[in-house]
Design a protein around this ligand. Structure first.
Ligand code: NAD
Length: 383
């Protein structure tokens, strides 16, 4: 088992630096408890990168990332900053998309957990929440409809329908848009392995999402996933059409463990699942790339953005960023116990009634409103 790691910590903009500070605090507590050596190099990104070095992803920051075993990322983008800057230079594109491409991040993992103590934050009635919701959405990130070629909008002429038979045919100029959905067997195999491995560490069930009744892609997806499943006899596989999955997520979310999705279905279903957790401040995410030996390169970030409305006020919920550290330990470094230790510490802080504003309800008896720093302190102390 490896015990030495190098991490690039890119806090970014808005609430990024506040929540990153708490995540590093928790990581330091884990380092001590599990006798790890973690080298953390902080570097600017987003508007912080533009201010420091004129680029959303400065060359020096990219170099720090290339030296690292994983990237712990805050968030980037401030809607009110310089609207004249070209789209491709804005942080959301210039930093995030560049990193995704540079590191070949092909698998996105979004766990959605609703602890019983936060039942009030969930839009579903309590009887639909069972003993708490705990779903992991595994989304393919580099293929499918978002990237398939051809992808274009073109002019064409179409025949106007005529009221009178025999009238002169009128051709009218119109536009036609084409997107192409393509998946190859290796792309499906690769993401399916990620889902089955993740399920092996959880409740051992994969629900594979497709539209095999309509799409060629769906038929191939289903075939390949079924084949990959044979290598994981301890994991149960079921197939579900995407439209039914969208419905089942709100009818009976407790039936799901790991949801395996292609890019577009995963984009949509992961947001639907995220709504069940009640606040963006609770949701971490992981994007995985190359495997080298025992390490899997990964990019770990909260699902939410820079929350400019609450930035700098000690109001942000640091849990999404802290749980991103747990994902990094589990999926990049194979340290499942250390990851579980963070998750248990978060559960303990929540269980003891601590709430940042986004998960606070006055009807929640025993709940105490705390700030970003206090929540981070409590979680670090519980490690
Ligand atoms: P947002 O996620 O920043 O905020 C939406 C709402 O959720 C706000 O009310 C915010 O206060 C709340 N929220 C988000 N995280 C929270 C937390 N940890 N604790 C408590 N409340 C939290 O989305 P937005 O307002 O649409 O975007 C703001 C900026 O962030 C934009 O520039 C956007 O492009 C950027 N953004 C970046 C990323 C990223 O870096 N991956 C992701 C999404 C949005």
């Amino acid at each position: 088992m490896l015990t030495k790691f190098t991490i690039a910590a890119l806090a970014g903009d808005g609430i990024g630096p506040e929540v990153m500070r708490e995540a590093i605090k928790v990581l330091r507590a884990i380092e001590k408890k599990f006798s790890l050596t973690v080298q953390i190099t902080e570097a600017p990104v987003g508007w912080a990168g533009i201010d420091a070095a004129g680029k959303a992803l400065p060359d020096a920051t990219l170099a720090v990332c290339k030296q690292a075993d994983a990237i712990l990322f805050g968030s980037v983008g401030l809607p009110d900053r310089d609207p004249t800057i070209p789209k491709e230079e804005r942080p959301e594109r210039a930093a995030l998309l560049r990193i995704r491409k540079e590191f070949g991040l092909y698998a996105n993992l979004r766990p959605v957990q609703l602890p019983k103590a936060l039942a009030h934050a969930c839009p579903l009635r309590p009887e639909r929440q069972g003993d708490g919701i705990d779903i992991l959405v595994v989304r393919e990130l580099t293929g499918g409809m978002y990237f398939g070629q051809p992808k274009k909008t073109e002019d064409y002429f179409h025949e106007e329908p005529q009221a009178d038979e025999g009238a002169t045919v009128i051709m009218k100029r119109a536009q036609r848009a084409t997107d192409t959905m393509v998946y190859t067997t290796p792309e499906i195999e690769r993401i399916a392995h990620v889902a089955f491995k993740a399920a092996s560490l959880r409740r051992k069930k994969v629900t594979s999402i497709d539209k095999a009744n309509v799409l060629e892609n769906g038929v191939l997806w289903r075939d390949v996933v079924t084949r990959v499943a044979r290598a994981y006899p301890n994991v149960t596989l079921e197939h579900m059409f995407v439209d039914n999955a969208a419905m089942q997520l709100v009818l009976k979310p407790t039936q799901f463990d790991v949801l395996l999705c292609e890019n577009m279905f995963g984009d949509i279903l992961s947001d639907e699942a995220a709504a069940l957790a009640g606040s963006l401040g609770m949701l971490p995410s992981a994007s995985l790339g190359k495997v080298s030996g025992e390490l899997t390169f990964g990019f770990y970030e909260p699902a939410g953005g820079t929350a400019p409305d609450i930035a700098g006020k000690n109001l942000a919920n640091p849990i999404a960023q802290i749980l991103s550290v747990a994902l990094m330990l589990r999926y990049s470094f194979g340290l499942n116990d250390a990851a579980s230790s963070i998750e248990a510490a978060v559960a303990k802080a929540i269980g003891s009634g601590l709430r940042t504003g986004d998960i606070f309800s006055p009807h929640d008896t025993g709940a105490k409103k705390v700030g970003t720093r206090e929540m981070g302190d409590a979680i670090a102390a519980a490690i």
